[in-house]
Design a binder for this molecule. Structure first.
Ligand SMILES: Cc1cc2nc3c(=O)[nH]c(=O)nc-3n(C[C@H](O)[C@H](O)[C@H](O)COP(=O)(O)OP(=O)(O)OC[C@H]3O[C@@H](n4cnc5c(N)ncnc54)[C@H](O)[C@@H]3O)c2cc1C
Length: 393
């Protein structure tokens, strides 16, 4: 399946491609595949470069600071962005990619005007506070409590595994406002200022020698009811809509194309039995299989995109992208690590430069793709029950 562009679309694609090449600093590209270790200051710097160009929020209206692109321009921009090797910015992933579109869908006009311009300009960084120590896959079991007191909610409890919380200003979260019904009922979707008294953010150190996520504690934190998204107690329905955005974004397809290309380049440099590794038939076979699987995923992605263009909201089919894309990405990163060979033991190498760092970090970090945003097991259940309509056991 191919996307055919009109002359105007081709012109736009060429403009985007040329601008990204010109304006994406090498220091940022060099860390793309090791994504979650990308220095937050570098992320902010690149966020501002994109924001100044007016390209940070392709889908957002111009009056709120977005690019105001049409459907096809959005697709072209997003695809060219990720295939160029530019990274998924955490400054953007949870704001422009998740809570921003959700506020356009469910937020009040006041919430849209208050929060969206600052997230687009990069003034505020957002994180997603859903998981708790005993509520990950079974998210509806969450226990963080919020009690109504006048026109405020008072929060008490704990969240965990919250990416980039130590750099975030705001968090969108789910809290329990009523325990009397089913566990999916009585949940409220809330926007919390992380500078509020009573909030403690504690980074969690990972094996990769940095802290990709944090624990967050609430001790009688007061949040205005004006920060509820949707209706009180109806947060589960809002969260389900958000998770579909998350799953669509979880897998930037162009980055996979970039990663497959990186494997080839690395395998051209590594020598095996006196020849470039890419000429080894066993390696070539593995590489070809990945290329074919990647093309199959691209076709599925284009099919889902064309559904979106007809105005259909992302549905449970996005679980397919998340599970297949995540597992394929892991295979690509495993092969990239193989392509680097024994150089992958170090962070830097004269011949490969930062590519060894990317290959190793990319391989380690890609493990998380099948966990966050709903693990592969959970996605398979969604596909079975909501796409294939198989009976639940
Ligand atoms: C890198 C990273 C970043 C993250 N960032 C965030 C963030 O920003 N915000 C946030 O809120 N959370 C975040 N998370 C948390 C993530 O969403 C959870 O880890 C995930 O939902 C799984 O929950 P859990 O860790 O509690 O594992 P569990 O739910 O305890 O699952 C453990 C294992 O059991 C399996 N399992 C559980 N239930 C079922 C079932 N019903 N059927 C079949 N198998 C099942 C799971 O697939 C998994 O393999 C992040 C996690 C990672 C790894």
């Amino acid at each position: 399946m191919q996307v055919s562009y009109s002359q105007d679309e081709q012109k736009f694609r060429d403009e985007v491609r040329a601008w990204l090449k010109e304006n994406t600093p090498d220091e940022i590209i060099a860390q793309t595949l090791g994504g979650s270790t990308l220095d937050p200051e570098l992320q902010k710097k690149y966020h501002k470069i994109l924001a100044e160009k007016g390209w940070i929020g392709p889908a957002f209206p111009k009056e709120l600071g977005g690019a105001g692109f049409g459907e096809m321009e959005q697709f072209i921009f997003n695809y060219e962005y990720s295939v160029s090797g530019a990274p998924r910015l955490k400054t953007q992933l949870m704001s422009v990619g998740m809570i921003g579109p959700l506020l356009l869908q469910f937020g009040t006009k006041e919430q849209q005007e208050r929060f969206i311009p600052d997230m687009l300009s990069g003034e505020t960084i957002w994180c997603q506070g859903f998981s708790e120590p005993n509520a990950g896959s079974d998210l509806a079991s969450l226990k963080t409590k919020a009690e109504l007191d006048g026109d405020e909610l008072v929060l008490y409890g704990q969240k965990t595994w919250i990416s980039i919380a130590d750099h975030a200003d705001w968090m969108f979260t789910l809290v329990r406002t009523d325990s009397s019904g089913r566990k999916q009922q009585g949940i409220t979707f809330l926007l919390v200022d992380l500078k509020s008294p009573g909030v403690t953010v504690r980074p969690i150190e990972a094996l990769t020698d940095h802290a990709p996520f944090c624990e967050i504690f609430f001790d009688n934190v007061r949040v205005p009811v004006a920060n509820i998204v949707g209706k009180m107690h109806d947060g589960w329905n809002i969260a389900k809509a958000l998770m579909q955005h998350e799953r669509l974004n979880a897998f930037p397809i162009g980055e996979l194309v970039y990663a497959v290309e990186t494997v080839r380049k690395n395998a051209e440099k590594t020598k095996f039995r006196g020849k470039p590794l890419i000429e080894d038939p066993v390696f070539r076979r593995k590489y070809s299989l990945l290329e074919i699987d990647c093309q199959a995923l691209l076709d599925t992605f284009f099919m889902l995109i064309s559904q979106l263009k007809t105005g259909t909201a992302p549905g449970p089919q996005t679980s397919f992208l998340k599970v297949y894309g995540g597992e394929l990405y892991q295979r690509v990163m495993d092969l990239d690590h193989e392509a680097i060979g024994s150089y992958g033991m170090s962070w830097y190498n004269e011949e490969f430069g930062n590519d060894v760092h990317q290959a190793t970090m990319g391989m380690i970090n890609s493990r998380s793709l099948t966990i966050w945003g709903g693990s592969s097991e959970i996605q398979r259940t969604i596909i079975a029950t909501q796409v294939l309509n198989l009976p639940r056991k």
